[in-house]
Design a protein around this ligand. Structure first.
Ligand code: COA
Ligand code: MG
Length: 302
């Protein structure tokens, strides 16, 4: 049996909270670094008005350069969609500063990740950045077409770290007024896209990240929503405000009880290599539970 946690990439290990910061706001960038997020995402897309994009690219690159050596968090950049002319300008500005990854919005399919992989290969080579260093997470449910292609992300790129989804752009793409009902619950289309994101991530053998919880003053609501997401299979979550970070970190960190239970499962299978199914604390445990237990132990490694 392989050592526990081997399947979990180290970059993935501490990627519970992903805090968005507008790419044209150096003050918020500095604040974000101290927020305790595992990842901060400097946004060049929707949070930045078209007229501010050039200035945002510069601020984003400067911030990455200033924190090249010691980073309190991973620093990622959300670029504009590949179908826009902005995307190449974003990449040309930031790749030289070696971000940890690119969040790619509005992908139609895994082919978009392949395309970004190609563009990154060329730019990393040109700028002397280790080829393959920059990881990719697509926001894989933001176009109408994307919903029918969530099973296309397997084997598209070694850079693919996770899939995530969004509840803002997809409703707009089909002419819906919103992705949420008045009580905050997701529309059927969004619930379906969210589930397909989970399944698509499993097909691609990567993790899935829950989307943002927009009501950022409602931390109790956030905690309940995040806990539901974790139970359903998400391993981390996007955030829009520093106050959301501790809540997300807490929810997506396995408890001591969960770790102890997972260890029990792993130990039992290790001690009985011929067995496919065992009993733990009166419950039947087989291959999928072992996989889950290994994942929990992997997530706690730093
Ligand atoms: N990252 C870093 N700092 C942030 C922050 C963020 N995402 N959101 C808020 N802050 C800072 C504020 O600048 C403020 O700092 P200050 O006390 O030094 O002035 C402090 O946290 C408290 O902020 P608050 O007053 O509660 O919120 P706000 O009204 O200033 O901002 C938003 C609300 C939604 C505009 C802001 O949270 C934001 O910009 N979020 C990210 C938006 C984004 O990137 N969207 C794209 C993805 S959906
Ligand atoms: Mg958007």
């Amino acid at each position: 049996m392989p050592p526990v946690g081997d399947a979990v990439e180290s970059a993935e290990v501490m990627s519970r909270s992903w805090l968005f910061v507008p790419g044209d706001s150096p003050a918020k960038m500095n604040k974000a670094l101290g927020a305790g997020a595992d990842v901060i995402i400097l946004d060049l897309e929707d949070a930045v008005a078209p007229a501010n994009k050039p200035q945002a690219r510069e601020a984003t690159r400067d911030f990455l350069m200033a924190h090249k050596q010691e980073r309190a968090a991973q620093i990622w950049v959300r670029i504009n969609p590949l179908s826009t002319t902005f995307a190449n300008e974003d990449l040309a500005a930031v790749v030289m500063a070696g971000p940890d990854g690119i969040l790619l919005p509005k992908t139609d399919s895994g082919e978009d990740v392949r395309e970004l992989d190609r563009r990154l290969n060329a730019l990393e080579t040109a700028f002397g950045v280790l080829v393959g260093h920059i990881k990719i997470v697509p926001i894989a449910t933001e176009t109408a077409r994307s919903v029918f292609a969530l099973n296309t992300y397997a084997n598209v790129s070694q850079r693919l770290l996770a899939l995530t989804w969004g509840a803002e752009d997809l409703p707009a793409a089909v002419g819906a007024a919103s992705g949420r009902h008045d009580d905050g619950s997701l529309t059927d289309l969004c619930r379906m896209a969210r589930s397909l994101c989970l399944a698509g991530a499993a097909v691609a053998n990567v993790t899935a990240l829950e989307t943002v919880y927009p009501a950022f003053r409602d931390l109790a609501g956030l905690e309940a929503y995040a806990a539901k997401g974790r139970k359903e299979g998400f391993t981390g979550m996007l955030a829009i405000h520093p106050s959301q970070v501790p809540v997300i970190n807490k929810v997506f960190t396995p408890t001591l009880e969960e770790v102890a239970y997972a260890q029990k499962i792993v130990d039992l299978f290790a001690a009985n290599p011929g067995l496919g199914v065992v009993s733990v604390d009166g419950r039947m445990v087989d291959a999928p539970h072992l996989k889950q237990a290994q994942r929990i132990l992997g997530l706690t490694r730093s």
